[in-house]
Write a protein that binds this ligand. Structure first.
Ligand SMILES: NC(=O)c1ccc[n+]([C@@H]2O[C@H](COP(=O)([O-])OP(=O)(O)OC[C@H]3O[C@@H](n4cnc5c(N)ncnc54)[C@H](O)[C@@H]3O)[C@@H](O)[C@H]2O)c1
Ligand SMILES: [Zn+2]
Length: 365
């Protein structure tokens, strides 16, 4: 299982750290174009000073890089550079390169170690942890992949200083999710410090990142292959979100934006089915309101969606089993569960309508 280190600067003494974890000082370093430009020089300089041998790889900064074609090209560069099983892969960037680099590491020479150095809030608190790595197939997202745990996850929240606001809010959706599903105390920390965190104020930012990362790690350790429903609770809001993302053709909505809307729907569903009381519903919605619900186009898009259309899109979600949608619901703030029984279509549609009502009120404000 992986070791997670949260520190600024996290790359100090990298050589010693690698050695302590049985990793060689031979690294393929994978960036996307943005992270290469922003952090490449300083990271590669550090590796050089510590006596590393390294091979640099750069891919375009877009979801389409998580493809077999790109992976295949990178395998070629690695073979040409004589990269063998004694090497490891250090990935610097968001979830896109994290998933791609993890996929390559899991398959290259039957598997080499991967070290994640996440640079988006989403990657620091979610995608770099837990060992799910994948590329996309034209027929669906994340369909081809492995469980390949990173040897190390190196988190340095100061890397977020250059991250656009939209990406911060997108990552914040997953951060807030951990409060909802697992930790009421953390939830109230978010209620008090939401703005401090999204403005990257310390010590709140590091505290939020650390606690989120460790909740994810803890859940994954207890249910690595998602067999007993615990890991599935990480998908709170995601059944709705995946349907929305699909409708938005994975282009107009960031994942976290879809998750924010999805969590609103999931809160209403939890309440309407009698699991979540009114007070907790109101508390949950109040926190999600702080997300400055995507205004304008995105918001109108969501309002224009027919509940039945969204439901249909949700049914094509890969997490369906026996054609039944699986929903993660809340009993209370800080306690989620995977509902085993079928949810009546009308209930899901009602929850979507409740969320739309809330959004249209927000638009009027
Ligand atoms: N494996 C998992 O468990 C898991 C979980 C959730 C999401 N994911 C995957 O993660 C991907 C999304 O990840 P993401 O949201 O990090 O997107 P991303 O990797 O596309 O990064 C978002 C953008 O921010 C840029 N960027 C990265 N760090 C930056 C920084 N510090 N400053 C400025 N710009 C920076 C990137 O170049 C990119 O343009 C999706 O492909 C999703 O499927 C995987
Ligand atoms: Zn997510």
């Amino acid at each position: 299982m992986s070791t997670i280190r949260v520190e600024t600067p996290v790359i100090a003494d990298l050589g010693k750290l690698f050695k302590a974890h049985g990793l060689s000082k031979k690294s393929v370093v994978l960036f996307d174009e943005h992270t290469r430009k922003l952090f490449g020089d300083s990271i590669l300089k550090q590796l050089q000073e510590e006596g590393f041998q390294f091979k640099e790889l750069v891919v375009p900064a877009r979801e389409a890089s998580k493809s077999f074609g790109v992976a295949f090209r990178l395998y070629g560069s690695m073979i040409e550079a004589d990269v063998d099983r004694s090497w490891n892969m250090l990935v610097v960037g968001g979830g896109v390169v994290g998933d791609l680099g993890g996929f390559i590491a899991a398959s290259y020479f039957r598997g080499i170690p991967v070290i994640q150095l996440p640079t988006t809030l989403l990657a620091m608190t979610d995608s770099s942890i837990g060992g799910k790595v994948a590329i996309n197939h034209p027929l669906g997202k994340n369909l081809i992949g492995f469980f390949h745990s990173p040897e190390l996850v190196l988190i340095d929240p100061s890397y977020l200083a250059t991250l656009p606001q939209r990406e911060i809010y997108s990552g914040m959706a997953e951060v807030v999710k951990y409060g909802f599903i697992a930790d009421e105390q953390l939830f109230s920390f978010f209620e008090r410090h939401f703005r401090d965190i999204t403005r990257l104020k310390e010590p709140y930012l590091t505290e939020a990142v650390k606690r989120s990362a460790f909740i994810k790690d803890d859940v994954v350790k207890k249910d690595f292959r998602e067999t007993d429903g615990l890991r599935a609770t990480l998908n709170f809001g995601h059944t709705f979100a995946h349907g929305l993302e699909k409708l938005a053709e994975y282009r107009y909505l960031r994942h976290g934006e879809a998750v924010t809307i999805g969590m609103v729907c999931a809160l209403f569903l939890s309440h309407n089915l009698g699991f979540l009381n009114q007070e907790s519903l109101d508390r949950g919605l109040a926190l999600l309101r702080k997300f400055l619900f995507p205004k304008g186009v995105l918001n109108r898009r969501f309002l224009a969606i027919e509940g039945t259309m969204l439901l249909e899109s949700m049914f094509s979600d890969k997490k369906k089993q026996n054609k039944q949608l699986r929903f993660v619901l809340l009993n209370k703030i800080g306690e989620a569960f995977l509902l085993d029984e079928n949810v009546d279509d009308q209930q899901a549609i009602n929850a979507i309508a409740d969320a739309q009502k809330l959004f249209s009120q927000e638009l009027m404000r």
